[in-house]
Design a protein around this ligand. Structure first.
Ligand SMILES: [Zn+2]
Length: 118
């Protein structure tokens, strides 16, 4: 067990390291990803069990992570992992964030529960 010292960021709460650019930041800045059936999938609700890795929701960080083989290392697996679902997720987020694609309009419409009358 190695004691790590000198990480100032820990004073502000938990931090995570982006496996793409290695920057340490708050979990709220990052996307959690997990492996399901040999594929890396975005865990947007942070509810999936198992080992997670953290990545900026930025295609550049994904590319970096792939280039550095950060995914297999983060998940301690041999060989490569399929990241297509993460890529798709990031491309969607990225385009929405830059205003290229429309947001998920209507998906969060105020819920009007439809009561079925007896
Ligand atoms: Zn990053």
């Amino acid at each position: 067990m190695v004691q790590r010292r000198g990480s100032d960021l820990t004073h502000h709460g938990p931090v995570r390291t982006c496996i793409g650019c290695r920057a340490r930041t708050l979990p709220s800045e990052l996307l959690r990803v997990v492996v399901v059936d040999g594929a890396v999938v975005p865990d947007t609700r942070r509810r999936l069990p198992g080992r997670g890795a953290w990545l900026h929701p930025d295609p550049d960080c994904l590319r970096n992570a792939e280039k550095r083989r950060a995914f297999p290392r983060a998940f301690r697996v041999q060989g490569s992992l399929d990241v297509e679902r993460v890529r798709g997720h990031l491309e969607r987020c990225w385009e929405v964030g830059r205003g290229i694609a429309p947001g998920p309009a209507g998906s969060k419409e105020a819920g009007r529960p439809v009561m079925s009358q007896p």
